[in-house]
Design a protein around this ligand. Structure first.
Ligand code: GLN
Length: 448
């Protein structure tokens, strides 16, 4: 049974929520995972919301200085649906600026890993993963463009579910890359994620890319490992993954290895497409209508614009420059169009495999690194960390990261991918896995 049903049975409110908020404030001093908090919460199953998703009346910065002070006057559809089902909004969770990052360090407030605060929490949904790892009765609404749910879920030892692109409305989500962005869920059990998914999914008149297509749960007994993806992975992660495969063997799954050469192009294709889209999305933050409001409107346009855009962090600036470049007339066929071709080729290839199998891999090539180690990586080394999480995101495929082992007291995650609109199969799989494997948590705030 998931924590949602358990909490409903207990029917806690009032002082329960107030005590939880007090405890959260204390632990947040150490782990820095929460932004705006709903201090007056007195009822409902607690849920947190990634800071790029709008909640009426609460500051939404999307991890960026440029949105400092922005308080949305409306709720994102996913949030609206949670509130309508009696869930209690607890607070916003920290993230890399606009979702640009893999470690939660590309922002002013950097969430820390609950297993070891010297280590990063992952990214970009860093705070959502920490919140899930820290609270007993709670679910997190997060978002992934290229792995931002899987990655921090793996680093913090929780479940991270990214549904099929277009099943959950993006209305009220502050855009990173519209053709890739997906709202998803983090939790501590498959049952909880299923319940939340059922609430937030489904067509929405405010998002024309969101559909009502029936979501299936067709289980597969074949697991495919893609050879090219298994390169550059730490030895300890490989040993955890081998042991996972043998346990799944005992559960009746058959493992097959296949080669897909084009999969090595997933990272460049993703970064070209996502940066191209990001650079257009960030164009509106000029300080006039959108973005940090400047005190004086008397400067000349260039000076005003330059001053306002200085509020972007380094990674955001890098993406604006590169994203604008790859879609410029003289080179767009060489980069942008080619990236779209690889995206289609990879999607077709994965689609064939997924007809009668799941695809499985570790989620991340390493366990959570120290802040110092993460800061030393070059942008290209950082992008390479996404090699396992980008393929399903590029293709809009549903995937889930689940804890499968612990190495040097840090969690290790594995990622399962299935075909479009077969999302329930992932949740069924995880429910089966949970019967054999017990997830470990360092904290369980709010436990009764
Ligand atoms: N690390 C990837 C990026 O920086 C993924 C981020 C995300 O999914 N929002 O684009």
């Amino acid at each position: 049974m998931g924590v949602i049903s358990e909490f409903r049975k207990m029917g806690k409110n009032g002082s329960y929520h107030q005590t939880l908020i007090k405890d959260l404030k204390r632990i947040n001093e150490k782990l820095q995972f929460l932004g705006a908090l709903n201090e007056s919460l007195t009822e409902g199953i607690p849920f947190t919301v990634k800071d790029n998703i709008c909640v009426k009346g609460f500051e939404a910065r999307a991890g960026s200085k440029i949105l400092g002070g922005y308080v949305p006057p409306f709720n994102a559809t996913a949030v609206e649906r949670m509130l309508a089902k009696g869930f209690g909004f607890l607070g916003k969770t920290q993230m890399d600026e606009f979702g640009f990052g893999s470690f939660g360090i590309n922002t002013q407030v950097q969430a820390r890993n609950p297993f070891n605060p010297d280590k990063v929490a992952g990214g970009s949904s860093s705070g959502a993963a920490v919140a899930t790892a820290v609270m007993k009765y709670h679910v997190a609404i997060a978002e992934s463009t290229g792995g931002s749910i899987s990655n921090p879920a793996a680093f913090c030892g929780v479940l991270g579910f990214t549904p099929t692109y277009g099943t959950v409305s993006r209305y009220g989500l502050i855009d990173y890359a519209n053709s890739l962005d997906k709202i998803g869920i983090m939790g501590r059990s498959g049952d909880d994620i299923r319940e939340v998914f059922d609430i937030i999914k489904g067509a929405d008149r405010y998002d024309s890319t969101c559909v009502d297509t029936k979501v299936k749960g067709e289980g597969k007994k074949k697991l495919v490992v893609i050879n090219q993806l298994m390169k550059g992975i730490d030895e300890e992660i490989l040993s955890s993954f081998d042991s996972l495969l043998s346990q799944l063997g005992e559960m009746g799954y058959k493992v097959e290895h296949v080669s897909i050469d084009s999969i090595t192009k997933a990272i460049p294709a993703y970064y070209i497409i996502s940066m191209a889209e990001a650079s257009t999305n960030l164009a509106k933050y000029t300080g006039y209508k959108y973005g940090l409001q400047r005190e004086s409107f008397t400067e000349k346009y260039n000076a005003f614009f330059t001053g306002a855009r200085a509020a972007f962090g380094t990674e955001a600036k890098r993406r604006i420059v590169l994203g604008t470049f790859v879609r410029s007339e003289s080179v767009k066929d060489k980069y942008y169009t080619k990236a779209l071709q690889f995206r289609t080729a990879i999607t077709n290839k994965l689609g064939q495999i997924l007809k009668d199998a799941f695809i499985i891999s570790p989620t991340m090539p390493i366990t959570a690194p120290d802040f110092e180690q993460a800061a030393k990586l070059t942008p290209l080394q950082t992008y390479a960390m996404d090699s396992l999480t980008i393929p399903p995101n590029l293709s809009g495929l549903p995937h889930i990261s689940f804890p499968c082992d612990y190495k040097r007291r840090m969690p290790v995650g594995a990622q399962l991918i299935t075909g479009h609109f077969n999302d329930y199969a992932l949740l069924d799989f995880v429910s089966e896995w949970e019967k054999r494997f017990e997830y470990r948590f360092k904290y369980s705030l709010g436990a009764i």
